[in-house]
Design a protein around this ligand. Structure first.
Ligand code: HEM
Length: 463
């Protein structure tokens, strides 16, 4: 059976040992616009790769045992690399995504409560309101129109995260400015962080830094005033609605007894806002593209939704039962994991395979490579959601599927993301058919998340 093989940046060819040594630093500099461009064919089958830059060494660990050590067993010895703070600190400060050590542990204890299962049940109705609004917007368009679905996915996921944090819809007047500011932040913050990693002094990355700061300030100017109002009300003894923000304002660390200050709260909310919509929007856009390219899988997934739901609206309890929808989403996460690299810093010198990793080196785990590893998966580049149902991929999934990371720093919003994605895909498939727009092919690029440089254009018709 021939399966659809979606596009990905073609690996660079090797030029022989000596020429490679000369060209590698140049490849890294070019990768400031797309992290996936630094990969070559061997990256997809190697166990441990190494790149020497003039001032430090960068490794990519591609073997399940090494990944387990870095992310799980020895996680304290592999804190997040400073490049993360270089990229995201302007918007997120030293919040949960960026912090390390005891500071991070304390923040994680305080935030876990906001994402418990009971909260997910409580926010389901708000998710559904945002999805109903999306379906209504899409239904108002001309039947069969070509649509930039990645924009729709960004707007609905931003609306969902806004409603679940603040208990109100995203103000339409803010939608476009915030969307635009996030686009600028993505590009400039990523490029700034990469150039700093190559050892380029901040003097030469200043312009990018200023642009990223301006975009971050624009986003914060929308979020911070709403937080201020609720923070002041809480401390004046007025209880707010039961949402993510209320749970963060009320959070007290069980070990230190500490609460978040107003500034810390703003940084955590900005983090959840970005981490909570950009990643989901990326993977949902890819999922719709993949479904458009395989009409048979799309039809089977739609039939599952129809036989479970009939004409009624989806409920919280349906989410786990929509197995084919979840498998499609998992396969989109496998082929296009939104976070393509997890950069860590070796806190101490340690052995890995035949190498000695010096303290201070960057050690990357890459779901992008693990998910397409030639020796770990059957038919790794093909779109085949059935692999999540059949037994033949059990070991590959256990060893090498990690879109939400693993270990203590596993994504805080993984269950939230699975719930919203299942709801969005099921709701869209019941109402619309997605087909490829003639002549369109996406160009995947890896920046803060894996997106298509030219968007995702599909033809959308009513069922
Ligand atoms: C498909 C959607 C998502 C994907 C693929 C994803 C992926 C990830 C990954 C890979 C990490 C760890 C990064 C690293 O270790 O370097 C992470 C962390 C995180 N994610 Fe997600 N995420 C998604 C959705 C969400 C949502 C919806 C939220 C919040 C509502 C969220 C909040 C966070 C937070 C707060 C962290 C930091 C956790 C910590 O370091 O303790 N994510 N995510």
């Amino acid at each position: 059976m021939t399966r659809f093989v979606p596009p990905y940046p073609k690996p660079m060819r090797g030029f022989g040992r000596w020429l490679n040594l000369l060209t590698r630093p140049a490849k890294f500099v070019f990768s400031r616009r797309c992290s996936l461009r630094q990969l070559n064919e061997r990256s997809y089958s190697m166990q441990l790769g190494e790149v020497g830059l003039p001032h430090k060494r960068i490794y990519i660990a591609n073997q399940p045992e090494l990944v387990q050590r870095i992310l799980v067993e020895e996680a304290d010895d592999f804190p997040k690399d400073p490049m993360i703070a270089d990229m995201l600190g302007l918007l997120m400060g030293n919040s949960i995504f960026v912090a390390n050590g005891e500071e991070w542990k304390c923040q994680r204890r305080m935030m876990d409560g906001a994402f418990e299962l009971t909260r997910l049940r409580a926010v389901f109705a708000m998710m559904r309101e945002a999805v109903d609004a999306l379906v209504a917007r899409m239904a108002a368009r001309r039947d069969g129109e070509e649509v930039q679905v990645d924009v729709d996915m960004t707007l609905v996921t931003a609306d969902i995260i806004f409603r679940t944090i603040f208990s109100k819809p995203f103000d339409p007047a803010h939608v476009e400015p915030v969307y635009d500011a996030f686009l600028r932040f993505q590009e400039t913050a990523y490029a700034h962080g990469m150039l700093r990693t190559f050892g380029i002094p901040s003097l030469f990355t200043g312009l990018r830094y200023r642009r990223a700061r301006k975009a971050a300030d624009e986003i914060r100017s929308v979020l911070d005033p709403v937080i201020k109002e609720r923070y002041d009300a809480f401390h004046a003894g007025r209880k707010g609605p039961e949402d993510i923000l209320e749970s963060l304002i009320a959070a007290k660390d069980s070990v230190t007894g500490r609460s978040f200050t107003y500034k810390e709260l703003c940084e955590q909310v900005a983090t959840i806002f970005l981490a909570g919509h950009e990643t989901s929007a990326s993977s949902l856009s890819w999922a719709l593209y993949l479904l458009a390219m395989d009409q048979e899988i799309q039809e089977n997934t739609r039939n599952e939704c129809a036989s479970l739901l009939g004409d009624r609206a989806p409920e919280f309890s349906d989410m786990k039962k929509l197995v084919s929808v979840r498998n499609v989403f998992n396969e989109a996460l496998r082929l296009y994991p939104p976070v393509a690299f997890f950069p860590r810093r070796a806190a101490k010198t340690c052995p890995m395979r035949d190498k000695t990793i010096a303290a201070g080196s960057t050690v990357n785990v890459s779901p992008w490579l693990m998910h397409r590893h030639r020796k770990l998966w059957n038919d790794p580049d093909s779109f085949d959601p059935g692999r999540f149902r059949r037994g033949d991929s059990e070991q590959s999934i256990r060893q090498a599927f990690m879109p939400f990371s693993r270990g203590p720093r596993v994504c805080l919003g993984a269950a939230f993301a699975m719930q919203e994605a299942t709801l969005i895909l099921a709701s869209l498939l019941r109402t619309f058919r997605f087909e490829p727009a003639p002549g369109f092919e996406p160009r995947p690029v890896g920046r803060l998340t894996v997106r298509s440089e030219n968007g995702i254009r599909l033809r959308v018709s009513r069922i």
